[in-house]
Write a protein that binds this ligand. Structure first.
Ligand code: ZN
Length: 150
């Protein structure tokens, strides 16, 4: 299996079986976003205690890129501190060429920097789809602002 095929299968797996799908019952903040250019929708419940993301739940509909990105993100952020989440957001946006800077991915060790999220790196070649991949992350940033008190 080529790396490209592996990435495609990781994306499809998250798309078909989204992790942490649903909503949260306890204390949490909520954010939602849309990507009109593709029709993607995404919403996020985020529970923050102290400076740690203790739980997250996602709902959404749209293309495989947007929904897989959200599933991978939800899986990646739970248990991380807020500075660690900020760092993750930064590395993701560097990988996708949304922020300018060096690509953080170690090509000799696939998955070693961003785990499953690295499967999305091929998307940066398709500028229209970058918005799909970024939708959950923009929604996460809204939720973090809300958790910080607006
Ligand atoms: Zn999309």
């Amino acid at each position: 299996m080529s790396l490209e095929e592996l990435y495609r299968s990781v994306i499809l797996d998250h798309y078909r079986s989204p992790r942490r799908q649903g909503s949260l019952a306890g204390d949490h903040v909520h954010a939602e976003g849309t990507n009109p250019s593709c029709g993607d929708e995404f919403s996020l419940d985020l529970a923050v205690e102290g400076d740690t993301v203790v739980d997250a739940a996602i709902q959404g509909q749209g293309c495989s890129i947007s929904q897989a990105s959200g599933s991978m993100m939800a899986e990646a952020i739970v248990g991380k501190t807020l500075p660690e989440v900020d760092e993750l957001i930064h590395k993701f946006k560097l990988m996708m060429a949304i922020e300018e800077g060096d690509d953080p991915i170690d090509e000799s060790r696939p998955g070693s920097v961003l785990g499953d999220l690295e499967a999305l790196q091929g998307v940066r070649k398709f500028p229209v789809r970058i918005k799909c991949a970024d939708l959950p992350w923009a929604t996460l940033q809204d939720a973090l602002r809300e958790a910080a008190g607006g």
